[in-house]
Design a protein around this ligand. Structure first.
Ligand code: PSV
Ligand code: MN
Length: 388
């Protein structure tokens, strides 16, 4: 098997973007549980995200959601991020929390509502220009609940036109990233339900339009690593929204439900040239921590991604190719499993220490006293959550 030493510098290429919303209150449609010390504004969310990077060195950027993270002065937010040792990343649009969007946004029949949704995206691009963000991530809640409710073909056409107008405004060094989701909030059909639909729109838009793969957005048993392989092969895998799911879009800690699936996905990312300096595929988290502490939840998440990345990098690709070429099914499978079953945790602890990070980031955060400090300091005001 490949040695850990030989992958050590490749591990240093890893960057995992954190979602600002992971630090706010969240829950299910049944209950949102609040936690002490939760940020009241985007500045405090950035400070919390910076804690994850401080203890792991793995998460140098933070994604924002507009309007949840709207501020009067984005240069001040950018400067605050810099002071905290991180940078602002992807801008996520939001056309799913306004009464106007009940029947859709970019696919809506009503010109006024479509115009409003397009303008929201143009505003997001203005914000990207101020924050220095590369990616505009679009996830559309558009769809229908009942057969016959609307004409699916017409919706595709309108959505395609609207996306083209948004794409026109995307800068030379920026990207439009289109996320897909099989269901929810619409249950009969979604207008961007799968990678193929997202790919078709991105291909029509142009080079700077790419697909976002959210690991929670597929039917059970979908071979997600196949999709990863195909999108990389087509040069269109823009980013990941990583999370775990047991049933639907659970948004649980990445690697918690199925570490082996995460390993298989990262094997294909490495194989397809999407990892680190090889490519442009962004690793992001899209998670909520409804019942566990949020900052340690994010620390655990990035460590899980790093562990599976290390295991994926340990696959001996030369031997694997030889076994595949020889048609040696069991040897090929064995090589992959050898890498997967390697416990890289002690090696990663040493790797971190050598780079000036704590061997055990979870313990270091717990010992830092940050949780007690924010719980005492952040009293009063409105805790951030959906809509704030
Ligand atoms: C939709 O389920 C989604 O995955 C999109 O990425 C949104 O931006 C995000 O969740 C909101 O939490
Ligand atoms: Mn997502």
């Amino acid at each position: 098997m490949t040695t850990f030493d030989s992958i050590s510098s490749r591990l240093a290429e890893q960057a995992i973007e954190l979602p600002s919303w992971a630090f706010g209150n969240s829950g299910t449609r049944f209950k949102v549980f609040t936690q002490a010390g939760v940020p009241r504004d985007p500045f405090e969310k950035i400070s919390d995200a910076a804690q994850v990077h401080k203890h792991t060195g793995l998460s140098p950027t933070v994604a924002l959601h507009i309007p949840w993270d709207k501020v009067d002065d984005y240069s001040a937010l950018k400067a605050h991020a810099q002071e905290e040792g991180v940078a602002l990343g992807t801008i996520n649009s939001n056309t799913f929390q306004d009464d106007d969007y009940k029947l859709g946004s970019l696919a809506h029949r009503d010109d006024r509502i479509r115009r409003k949704a397009i303008d929201h995206h143009l505003e997001c691009i203005d914000i990207m220009d101020e924050t220095g963000s590369r990616d505009l991530k679009i996830w559309l809640a558009d769809g229908t609940n009942y057969p016959g409710q609307d004409d699916m073909r017409g919706r595709q056409d309108r959505m395609g036109e609207a996306l083209a107008e948004i794409y026109e405004r995307i800068g030379e060094s920026q990207r439009l990233v289109l996320e897909y989701k099989i269901f929810e909030p619409a249950f009969y059909h979604m207008d961007v339900p799968d990678w193929g639909t997202s790919y078709a729109h991105c291909a029509a838009l142009g080079e700077r339009a790419v697909v976002c793969l959210d690991t929670g957005h597929h039917a059970p048993s979908t071979n997600i690593e196949f999709i990863v392989m195909q999108l990389l092969r087509l040069g269109k895998l823009g980013s990941f929204d990583f999370n775990s799911r047991f049933y639907a879009d659970d948004d649980l800690i990445v690697g918690a439900a199925d570490p082996f699936q995460l390993f298989r996905i990262i094997v294909e990312v490495v194989r397809g040239g999407g990892y680190g300096s090889d490519g442009d595929t962004a690793f992001m988290l899209d998670q909520c921590h409804n019942i566990e502490d949020k900052i340690p939840g994010q620390i655990r998440s990035v460590l899980n991604v790093q562990e599976m990345t290390a295991r994926a990098l340990l696959v001996n690709t030369g031997e694997l190719e030889a076994a595949q070429q020889a048609g040696d099914v069991l040897a090929a499978n064995g090589l992959l499993m050898d890498a997967f079953y390697t416990d890289v945790r002690p090696m990663l602890a040493t790797w971190r220490e050598k780079r000036g990070y704590p061997a055990d980031p979870m313990a270091a955060y717990a010992d830092s006293g940050y949780a007690t400090t924010i719980a005492a300091a952040r009293v009063g005001g409105n805790q951030a959550g959906w809509g704030a």
